[in-house]
Write a protein that binds this ligand. Structure first.
Ligand SMILES: Cc1cc2nc3c(=O)[nH]c(=O)nc-3n(C[C@H](O)[C@H](O)[C@H](O)COP(=O)(O)O)c2cc1C
Length: 366
């Protein structure tokens, strides 16, 4: 038996499984190559990557496999410079944490806060990946047309039906339905993100019924049972993020991996305090204290620049063992289903589990 949907033909993959792009170092070339070689769509989270680094990372994958890969970007207007005096409250709110980790006092952050999206997209057009996906907002229709003219399939994240219909009208090839369970940043761009937390089960079905292009479900999917569930809802594929974090090839800090593997219940919450935009992660001291305070924060992604040294030092503290207190340990609500294995093993396990789950369901017919 083969696990196949029309999405596999669209993306050129063997399986309807996408290893989610995870910006911030998780999606290393080794992870992307291993997932792609095993039959999933391997994805780079290039939100914070400069074009030269993108080129280097893609070359590293292409030396290992010619399987299709996905490049993913954050769509977010570059915010204007924030005068140092307007940053005072946000800086004061985290100065104590800097001290606790032995870091020099935080300095006001300066533009550019993130790489230039146009330069990243220009490099992506040169690289010509099989797939390009985007998160946090839309891409203009003419940009999508240009990517399509180069033979690149495009997909965008939607957290509600209105966003899915909007992306379909702009001309994407597929929609990623990001349910409220999902780890990492909320992709919401047309609604109040706190009012667009529809769970993966409801959201997938709503979007499948609303659009005429393939839908990929994301959020809380960790095994073949979860993949079979979203296929039953009419999704043509599943995008899994958290499940790939503990993989041998992932670049997440060991303390993040260990915290996922030790999880026994859902302890994730939403916070804006790491980057300035709502994102789901394992609760820790920083999130608990900062979410409870009314201290000001900077806009996305400037707040991320401010918290960056704290996160990096937290990952390396305790003689390199790491301290979970100040780390952004993004994770979905099904984190306790995390498993430790290589990415290739995970993809093959997911394939077998999905087929088994589908057989179990078929056996219910009398
Ligand atoms: C560590 C981490 C980083 C993420 N970074 C990105 C990203 O750069 N781009 C993106 O489109 N989605 C990103 N996501 C969200 C995933 O695409 C996806 O929606 C999510 O992982 C699905 O939920 P799950 O983690 O429960 O599988 C990230 C998720 C995690 C856990």
């Amino acid at each position: 038996m083969k696990l196949h949907t029309p999405l596999c033909d669209l993306l050129g993959t063997r399986l309807p499984i996408i290893q989610a792009p995870m910006a911030g170092g998780t999606t290393t070339p080794a992870l992307v190559a291993a997932a792609a070689k095993a039959g999933a769509l391997g994805s780079f989270g290039f939100a914070y990557a400069q074009p030269e680094a993108m080129q280097r990372d893609v070359e590293a994958v292409r030396a290992l496999t010619d399987a299709p890969i996905n490049l993913n970007f954050f769509v977010n207007a570059q915010p204007a410079p924030i005068p140092p005096e307007s940053q005072r409250g946000a800086i004061e709110a985290i100065t104590g944490y800097y001290q606790a980790l032995g870091l020099p006092a935080p300095a006001p952050v300066r533009t550019p806060y993130a790489p230039d999206l146009n330069a990243q997209l220009a490099m992506a057009e040169d690289i010509k990946p099989a797939v390009l996906t985007f998160h946090l907002n839309d891409l203009p229709a003419d940009r999508l047309k240009r990517l399509r003219a180069r033979g690149i399939k495009t997909g965008g994240s939607a957290t509600c039906v209105a966003e899915a219909l909007h992306l379909e009208a702009l001309g994407v090839d597929f929609i990623i339905a990001q349910g409220g369970e999902a780890g990492g940043h909320r992709g919401t761009f047309q609604r109040n993100p706190y009012e667009a937390m529809t769970g993966t089960l409801a959201l997938t079905r709503l979007i499948v019924r609303a659009v005429n292009i393939p839908v990929v479900a994301a959020g809380g999917i960790m095994d073949g049972a979860g993949i079979a569930a979203v296929l039953a809802l009419g999704a043509q594929g599943a995008q899994l993020g958290t499940a790939f974090i503990p993989c041998t090839e992932s670049g997440s800090p060991p303390i993040h991996k260990q915290s996922l593997l030790a999880a026994r219940d859902d302890t994730t919450v939403i916070t804006e305090k790491f980057t300035g935009k709502p994102a789901r992660g394992l609760v820790n001291r920083y999130i608990r204290e900062m979410n409870a305070s009314d201290a000001p924060q900077l806009d996305f992604p400037a707040q991320g620049v401010l918290s960056g040294p704290l996160r990096a030092a937290s990952a390396k503290s305790n003689q390199g063992a790491g301290n979970p207190d100040f780390l952004a340990m993004w994770a979905g609500q099904a984190a306790p289903l995390s498993r430790e294995m290589s990415a290739a093993q995970l993809v093959i396990t997911l394939e077998h589990e999905t087929l088994e789950a589908l057989e179990r369901l078929a056996a219910l017919r009398r």
